[in-house]
Write a new protein. Structure first.
Length: 190
């Protein structure tokens, strides 16, 4: 993230640019089998570092990307919440995807939803995005629940095979959730 990139605050989170000190705890998350349960593979330290490099490059190119998430109370880095432009082609691309990955000890407290709500506001109000999507494997019930809590909606006819996952792989099938700006505005003007 560039120095000028916006910090986003919530009640319990600071969403900010990445720091060199985030890389070690992020690499620990990316080799935790529970955190990576719904991804094809655990990441090595180098692969985890390359992901941070890609996050920073996305910021440079687009002015948004994955925000590092820090707890207000302890200033601990706990993962990321992101707005991201996927590189693969599918029926619903080009698009902006909202996503999240937190260290397991911070799950179940509403933090992903809290961070994502703030990024939806940023995406719709500041970036003026017409729509935000999210996708995951159907078995990632925690992530699906976050999408539902954000009032994103799924049409099963839009379920898709992720082009980056090999044919026949158990993680190939994905569900797609969408939220358009008009619906978000209607929900947030009440
Ligand atoms: C997905 C993830 C970010 C959720 O973070 P979180 O901070 O725990 O999310 P929240 O607390 O905001 O919401 C989680 C919801 O899932 C629910 N949940 C937890 N386990 C569940 C399960 N086994 N089945 C169904 N729902 C479940 C929680 O009860 C909560 O819903 P509620 O508020 O209605 O009770 C976190 O689990 C994570 O980092 N997972 C690994 C990375 C990942 O899979 N990222 C998504 C890739 S698409």
């Amino acid at each position: 993230m560039t120095d000028g990139a916006p910090k986003v605050g919530t009640e319990r989170l600071i969403l900010r640019k990445w720091r060199a000190s985030d890389r070690a705890p992020f690499a620990r998350m990316n080799c935790d089998p529970l955190v990576m349960e719904h991804f094809p593979a655990l990441l090595s330290q180098e692969e985890s570092g390359a992901l941070v490099d890609r996050a920073e490059a996305h910021w440079e190119q687009h002015g948004f990307g994955p925000w590092a998430a820090e707890l207000c109370e302890s200033h601990e880095f706990i993962g990321y919440v992101s707005l991201f432009i996927p590189q693969f082609e599918a029926a619903f691309t080009p698009c902006v995807e909202i996503g999240w990955r937190l260290a397991r000890e911070h799950w179940g407290k509403g933090l992903a939803t809290e961070g994502a709500r703030a990024l939806l506001r940023h995406g719709f109000e500041i970036l003026k995005l017409p729509e935000v999507v999210s996708f995951t494997v159907p078995g990632n019930l925690r992530s699906v629940r976050v999408m539902e809590k954000l009032c994103m909606s799924r049409n099963p006819i839009e379920d898709f095979d992720h082009p980056s996952i090999p044919e026949g792989h158990p993680l190939q099938r994905h569900v797609l959730y969408r939220l358009i700006r008009e619906d978000w505005k209607a929900m947030n003007s009440r």
